[in-house]
Design a protein around this ligand. Structure first.
Ligand SMILES: Nc1ncnc2c1ncn2[C@@H]1O[C@H](COP(=O)(O)OP(=O)(O)OP(=O)(O)O)[C@@H](O)[C@H]1O
Ligand SMILES: [Mg+2]
Length: 277
């Protein structure tokens, strides 16, 4: 059967015919909605009755002491960890608890882990190209047209991550900060609707942190971005709305000034620094 004939079969859905625009529906509310989420590891509640909503296009910072559940929260959103109870929705249409990790990624949720995982032997350009090639919707028959689109997108992303001058360099010789930006760029290739970034500036120089702040604030509006970070100076430089997690729940939420002057928050951070001392 020819490709065209098989495409005409109405009982089959072909991946590459699914519109690449993420079909997430935010007309009636937030892009991410978590309600009463709890997850236990051996009886210990790492996430405890967590309620969190992220608006479309929002840049949200999540802070909280070690072990507060920040990374576990991202594990739940991306389908890596299943909660014991609660609901997690992407827009009003997608119940994330019924979807696999790859399905969630394909819907447009990108996640940046703390350690950069770029391909060191490949150039910056090739890394970005590869990030697109892992999208199985791109059929060889559509390659001719897609190649132009991919090149345009690579140019666009190189500009966003500020690595235009390095595009031919092997990723292995980039600085730590540049590798982090490249990895964010690899996520951006697929135009995610929601980007989750865990501790992006750990190990970065002051200058790299400033550049990262520009990058992340520049993404807001076009996509929703959730940033988990311990560096308070950095958080202050990008923060709009800040959520403080503690013992798996939201302890406080508001502007940086509001949460930093909240007695509950001060107590939690004071307790942490006393432990360290
Ligand atoms: N797979 C797991 N099995 C058992 N316990 C886990 C697992 N994942 C996380 N935990 C525990 O759950 C709690 C929350 O961990 P999590 O990594 O989410 O914290 P975090 O807020 O990201 O901390 P940090 O700021 O140190 O990265 C911790 O007590 C951790 O030890
Ligand atoms: Mg963590």
């Amino acid at each position: 059967m020819s490709l065209l004939q098989s495409m005409a079969q109405r009982d089959r859905v072909f991946d590459f015919l699914v519109p690449s625009e993420s079909p997430v529906d935010v007309r009636h509310g937030p892009i991410l909605y978590m309600e009463d989420v709890t997850v236990s590891f051996d009886g210990f509640k790492a996430i405890n009755d967590l309620n969190l909503t992220i608006d479309d296009g929002e840049l949200r910072c999540i802070i909280g002491p070690n072990g507060a559940g920040k990374t576990t929260m991202m594990d739940i959103i991306t389908g890596k960890t299943r909660p014991d109870t609660g609901s997690v929705w992407f827009g009003s249409r997608h119940n994330l608890l019924t979807l696999s990790e790859p399905e969630i990624a394909r819907l447009g949720i990108g996640r940046k882990f703390q350690k950069p995982t770029v391909f060191e032997a490949l150039t910056v350009f090739e890394n970005l190209e590869l990030a697109m090639a892992t999208d199985k919707r791109v059929l060889p028959t559509l390659m001719a047209r897609m190649n132009g689109d991919i090149r345009d997108r690579i140019d666009e992303v190189l500009g966003m991550i500020g690595l235009e001058a390095q595009y031919r360099q092997p990723a292995g010789i980039l600085s730590h900060g540049q590798k982090q930006w490249l990895e964010i760029g690899m996520l951006l290739m697929q135009r995610p609707r929601l980007l989750l970034v865990d501790e992006p500036v750990a190990g970065m120089t002051e200058q790299e942190m400033e550049r990262t702040a520009e990058l992340l604030t520049g993404l807001a509006g076009k996509q929703s971005v959730v940033v988990v970070e311990h560096d308070m100076g950095f958080v202050r430089s990008i923060a709009r709305k800040v959520t403080v997690l503690h013992q798996g729940s939201v302890l406080a939420e508001g502007t940086m000034d509001q949460v930093q002057s909240d007695p509950k928050v001060i107590e939690v951070y004071l307790g942490e620094s006393e432990e360290a001392a």
